[in-house]
Write a protein that binds this ligand. Structure first.
Ligand SMILES: C[S@@+](CC[C@H](N)C(=O)[O-])C[C@H]1O[C@@H](n2cnc3c(N)ncnc32)[C@H](O)[C@@H]1O
Length: 188
């Protein structure tokens, strides 16, 4: 699972870079966990200032250890908090959030807040997996813990559109009948 998440993180960064071909100076990742996505953002956008925002100090410590040289160089700033803490990166060119969607009680409101922190024309890259493509244990345990799973990509698109994003597209990683993950790309 950890390896699968890492592969998805790297793939989502590639998709975000393709969706934002212009200059990228400010990039944030919400919920970076152990920091693989941040590592890839730092190399993919070599001129960008990067922020990592996570509710968990334990995860932030791991992300900081993995990306210590960027922290020391002042290129990467780690911030403890949820979506409101993305304010540090405003106006962001790219915001990425992988496997975070499930934890939002009010996803439309969180997406609208993220849109407010993006530069007009900035890109949100939201990596996730649909309920039926998750491991059986996650399908059982996430809802029991009060987390929210999604049955169709259209459900996720509808949230982004309701939050004011435009040009919303959905991409699948891997075979259509056994996706390894998905990304929703949406423009602020
Ligand atoms: C399932 S992990 C995914 C980690 C990483 N993005 C990946 O794909 O491997 C979710 C991460 O998001 C963080 N998180 C959960 N809800 C959050 C929220 N509302 N705001 C910020 N971080 C959150 C958790 O602490 C954890 O680090």
């Amino acid at each position: 699972m950890a390896r699968g998440n890492a592969d998805l993180s790297r793939w989502v960064v590639e998709q975000a870079a393709a969706a934002h071909p212009g200059a990228v100076g400010r990039v944030a990742e919400l919920g970076p966990g152990p920091g693989v996505g941040l590592e890839t953002l730092l190399t993919t956008f070599p001129d960008a200032q990067v922020w990592g925002v996570d509710l968990s100090p334990v995860m932030l410590a791991q992300a900081g250890k993995r990306n210590g040289s960027a922290v020391d160089a002042g290129r990467l700033t780690l911030v403890e908090g949820g979506v409101p803490a993305l304010a540090a990166s405003r106006p962001a060119d790219v915001v990425m959030a992988n496997h975070v969607l499930y934890f939002w009680a009010d996803p439309e409101a969180e997406l609208a807040r993220i849109r407010g922190f993006l530069r007009p024309g900035g890109v949100l890259a939201l990596g996730y997996q649909l309920r039926q493509n998750m491991p059986a244990m996650a399908q059982r345990k996430f809802p029991l813990a009060g987390h929210r799973l999604y049955d169709t990509a259209e459900d996720v698109t509808a949230l982004a559109e309701a939050a004011g994003f435009t040009s919303v597209t959905q991409l699948v990683k891997g075979p259509a009948d056994a996706p390894q993950g998905r990304v929703m790309l949406a423009t602020a």
